[in-house]
Ligand binder design. Structure first.
Ligand code: NDP
Length: 337
């Protein structure tokens, strides 16, 4: 079964393997397969589920809500997010203004079929709304009981520090940061992680398997396997594109002996690797099939010895991205319309 970790400096425990439904529910996979994946997650002891209003333009929340209907609410931690535009694209259908935040939470709760989410996350930083306005809206949502805790996603260290300080003044706290993090993408290590530790946030990290690349199933010079994300024309192929490089894929194949030595699959090694970081509360893992969920949860509780952690670094060499400036560089510099 899956181990639990505290989320930030809070009393909330979450399953260290968390199931996320970006690109899959309401898009790449049919609803019955989505339900089977959620079932497999619950059966394996995963209690924490992550989605966003923008995934499949609100359909992912609906599919997840339907799949979790009938489960004991107190036994689940349900996370969603606000920022990216949904709806008809009006000037206020985006960002972190009070108007968009207060309206979006109601839509998310309706689709998820719940009275509250456990964690409501700012999906990106809104450069056009005063941070005080956003934080005041979050404070009100917490007081209304519509969200129990607040987090952020892909915020820089400075943004995290400023948000955490304001939240404290308003009588609540930011408890989580949701950045991309994997053996191949380590840009949070130098700035976001130290700032988060200081401010009492932990990381729930997305694409720990680099969207499937670290499972080793994509071979250099060969066509991607049928049905994989790299063949998904509804957005998957584009998203995974940055890792579909022969140099990266060749280096990744070099990790196979390390996984073998630990008796793990490469997918399990990738998930276990992010969990070695003590500021990581959970690996947010996706799946297009229930068997993947069953395989990936076995990464919980694995310790990778120092010597093998060093070997992983040697094998991957310079294909690892470490530049902390990538957090800001990949975030929208103006509010996305
Ligand atoms: P992963 O790196 O875990 O990739 C998951 C994908 O890899 C699966 O959908 C599947 O794709 C493939 N896969 C999973 N397990 C295996 C396995 N055992 N063997 C082979 N292939 C496997 O994470 P995601 O990129 O899916 O992201 C996870 C979650 O993170 C999202 O659902 C979302 O909740 C969150 N997220 C947050 C973002 C943010 O901005 N805050 C951005 C992106 C994600 P397939 O079978 O189709 O190849």
């Amino acid at each position: 079964m899956v181990n639990y970790r505290y989320l930030g400096n809070s009393g909330l425990k979450i399953s260290e393997i968390t199931y996320g439904n970006w690109l899959t529910h309401g898009s790449q996979v049919e609803n019955d397969v989505a339900t089977q994946c959620v079932r497999a997650a619950l059966d394996a002891g995963i209690s924490t589920f992550d989605t966003a209003d923008v995934y499949a333009n609100t359909k992912a929340e609906q599919v997840l809500g339907d799949a979790l209907a009938g489960e004991r609410r107190e036994s689940l931690e349900i996370f969603t997010k606000v920022y990216w535009p949904t709806g008809p694209g009006g000037p206020n259908d985006t960002g972190l203004s009070r108007k968009h935040v207060m309206e979006s939470i109601d839509g998310s709760l309706r689709r998820l079929g719940t009275d509250y989410v456990d964690l409501y996350q700012a999906h990106r930083y809104d450069t056009e709304t005063p941070l005080t306005e956003t934080m005041q809206a979050f404070a009100d949502i917490v007081r209304q009981g519509k969200a129990l805790y607040i987090g952020v996603s892909e915020w820089t260290a400075d943004q995290i520090r400023a948000g955490a300080a304001l939240a404290k003044d308003l009588g609540f706290q930011l408890i989580s940061s949701q950045p991309q993090y994997s053996m191949l993408w380590r840009v949070i290590e130098d700035e976001v992680v130290p700032a988060s530790k200081e401010a009492g946030l932990s990381q729930i990290v997305w694409s720990p398997m680099a969207q499937g690349v670290l499972s080793g199933k994509y071979l250099p010079g060969e066509a991607p396997p049928a049905g994989s994300r790299a063949t998904d024309t509804k957005g998957g192929a584009e998203s995974i594109g940055r890792f579909m490089d022969d140099d990266v894929l060749t280096r990744v194949q070099g990790l196979r002996p390390v996984a073998d030595e630990l008796g793990l699959s490469m997918a399990q090694l990738a998930v276990a690797w992010v969990l070695q970081n003590d500021n990581v509360a959970a690996a947010l893992v996706g799946a297009s099939r229930p068997e993947q969920v069953a395989e990936n949860v076995k990464a919980s509780g694995v310790t990778i010895p120092e010597e093998l952690m060093a070997r992983i670094d040697d094998v991957l060499g310079d294909v690892v991205e470490r530049d902390p400036a990538m957090t800001a560089r990949n975030a929208p510099s103006t509010r996305v319309a």
